[in-house]
Design a protein around this ligand. Sequence first.
Ligand code: DX5
Ligand code: ZN
Length: 212
Amino acid sequence: MKIAPSILASNFKNLQEDIKKIEEVADIVHLDIMDGHFVPNISFGFPIIKAVRELTTLPLDAHLMIEKPENYIDRFIDYGVDMISVHIEGNYHIHRLIYSIKKRDKKAGVAINPGTNISLIYPIIKDVDFILIMSVNPGFSGQNFIDSSLEKIENVVKIKKEENLNFEIEVDGGLNFEIGKRLKEIGCDILVFGDFFFRNFNESKIFMRNLK
Ligand code: DX5
Ligand code: ZN
C-alpha cells in the first residue's frame, strides 16, 4: 500500500515544510496538473514541479487534467516526473499516449472519471502500469468521495485478479481514514490524500503508518 499526498492541498507559501511532512509518511508525491480547459480550474506547472523535484527524491506522480497532453509528456519527464496518468476521456489516441510515456521508461497510467464507463479502458488494460480511478469529479481538492466509485474500484480489482494482471490501482479524491481502510481491504495499491492529509497531519501520520 502506497500513500501519495497531493500538493494541490498544500500551503504553497511553505512548500518545503509540506514536502517534509509528506516525506515523513508517504511514498509518492501526487501532482495535480490542471489547465482550465479539461477541468474548470488551473493549478500549477513546470516551475513548481522543478521546485518539488529539487526538494525530494520521492517519486513524482503527475496526474494530467489537461487538453493535448501529448504535447507535454516529454517536458514532464525532463522535469523529473516518474509516473504520468492521462485521462481516457477526450484522448482519442490513448494507446499512443501510453507508449510515449513507457518509451521514456516511466510508469504510464490511465485515469478515469466517476461518470465514465469502465469498459472504455479494457482495450489498454494490459498496456498500463497503473489505473487511476477518480472518486470525485476532477478539478478541486476537498470534495466528498462519490460512493458509487466503490463498485467501479471493486470491478477493476476483480478484472485484475481474474486476468492475472500487474497494473497498480490508484484511487484519487475525497479520501479519509475510514475510506482509506476500506480501499486497502478491497485491494487498492496507491491512495491519494489531499485536503484530509494536510488538515489532519498529526493523526494522518499515525493512521498512514498503520495502514501500510
Ligand atoms: C482532483 C485531484 C485530486 C484531489 C485530491 O482533481 O485529482 O488529486 O486534489 O484531493 P482531496 O483528497 O482533497 O480530494
Ligand atoms: Zn489527482
